[in-house]
Write a new protein. Structure first.
Ligand code: HGY
Ligand code: MN
Ligand code: MN
Length: 409
């Protein structure tokens, strides 16, 4: 167990170096130089662990251990390897590292799976560069069409294809994967909340993942001189945006049932101290366990935004992402429970307030998710930390589960 822990810590430490903001957390945007460094590291480790490595037309990385059963569907294990700006070292990489170590255990034990085992490292789950998020899994499942993928641009107007080419990736390769080639998908992730730590339980077996909607709102007004424009002659985009944003938390509280809403990104144009802003673009991130709550709040948010059109102000709302709440596969949930107790590792059931690639893949294959505790419940910040002992426990459960699902001997 000690060796496993040491290897996990080594991977996490190595990958955490690939950041654009050293000393201020992990900033690893998709198709950036930091992505390329992490990509090369992961591909090298996959090869070291005896896996056949390939990348698809989105830049997702796959490391395959062939099965003895010809043309059979794979058991995929993994997560994403991009980050939020100034995020932590574990959100995403913990799941990819766990998958690498499962493959290492297959190799160490000379296991021959009947169904192939595939380690997968997905891109742009956070949406930090191209917006929306869950891009790697939505591309694999075809929920993100090839056309929409090629139309995506980052804030500097660089397209996905241009950014891929810059780091030597081939965007013309196939993206969508036939669901028949997937037998199951297992994802380990940090909880990113306080529950497991408070309960002092090392493993959470995810039952369901909240529904996740992301809006991008544009408010347009009229730029003007801050000093010479009378207050009753202004169409101030920022004041209008602020009035809208200030009413959003109350809407979530009113809806209740764990509904949460966040404005995390806001850009002001032209962003001059002595210029009345003529455009503001901001996001609204909406989550709830039940779709009816999502729909209720969405209706209210749209009408709130529309109510501010007029008097020189125009508003526009674009839906960047809409994923319904998803249940994990019951058979995999019971397999996780069985393997955890056989290993003598305490576990409990838990729901996810964070979105994950598992929620996208769950409509295309059998999906299961494990959580490990997050220190002080912190995530999406440099303080994010999880114990490699918990990660090692999760690797053992994943290994036993993968052995069963791949029918390895
Ligand atoms: O936002 C989320 O829930 C995930 O971290 N992408
Ligand atoms: Mn994540
Ligand atoms: Mn995240």
């Amino acid at each position: 167990m000690k060796d496993l822990q040491a290897s996990i810590e080594e991977h996490i430490e190595a990958i955490s170096q690939f950041t654009a903001t050293p000393g201020k957390g992990t900033t690893r945007l998709t198709y950036s130089q930091e992505d390329l460094q992490a990509r090369n590291y992961l591909k090298e480790k996959m090869k070291e662990y005896g896996l056949q490595v390939r990348e698809d037309g989105l830049g997702n990385i796959f490391g395959k251990l062939e099965g003895t059963l010809e043309d059979s569907p794979s058991v995929l294990i993994g997560s994403h390897f991009d980050s939020v700006p100034n995020g932590g070292s574990y959100d995403g990489p913990a799941g990819v590292v766990a998958a690498l170590e499962v493959a290492a255990l297959f190799r160490k034990n000379g296991l021959k799976p009947k169904y192939p085992l595939e380690v997968i490292a997905m891109i742009e789950e956070e949406g930090s560069r191209f917006g929306g998020g869950l891009m790697g899994s939505r591309g694999i499942t075809g929920l993100l069409s090839e056309e929409d993928f090629f139309n995506l641009k980052d804030k500097d107007g660089i397209s996905t294809a241009q950014a891929m080419a810059k780091i030597g990736l081939d965007s013309s390769l196939p993206k969508k994967r036939d669901p028949k080639t997937m037998k199951a998908f297992l994802e380990l992730h940090i909880e990113q909340g306080p529950i497991l730590e408070e309960k002092q339980i090392p493993i959470g077996i995810v039952e369901a993942i909240v529904g996740l909607t992301q809006l991008e709102v544009t408010v347009e007004g009229q730029a003007g001189h801050a000093g010479t424009t009378p207050m009753d002659r202004r169409s101030d985009a920022l004041v209008t945006a602020a009035k809208i944003i200030a009413q959003i938390p109350e809407m979530a509280i009113e809806e209740g049932e764990g509904t949460v809403m966040t404005t995390g990104r806001l850009n002001v144009f032209p962003n001059g101290a002595n210029v009345i802003p003529d455009k503001v673009v901001f996001t609204v991130d909406l989550r709830s366990g039940k779709e009816e709550h999502v729909q209720n709040v969405l209706k209210k948010v749209y009408s709130l935004i529309e109510s501010y059109s007029g008097n020189g102000i125009q508003t526009k709302t674009e839906q960047l992402l809409y994923i319904q709440p998803k249940g994990m596969n019951p058979d995999i949930i019971s397999l996780f429970k069985q393997k955890s107790s056989e290993l003598g590792i305490q576990s409990c059931s838990i729901n996810s307030g964070a979105g994950h690639d598992a929620m996208v893949l769950s409509d295309f294959t059998d999906v299961g998710m494990l959580f490990i505790p997050s220190k002080n419940g912190l995530s999406h910040c440099p303080e994010e930390w999880s114990d490699s002992r918990d990660l090692a426990n999760a690797v053992q459960i994943l290994f036993e589960t993968a052995k069963k699902l791949t029918e390895a001997e």
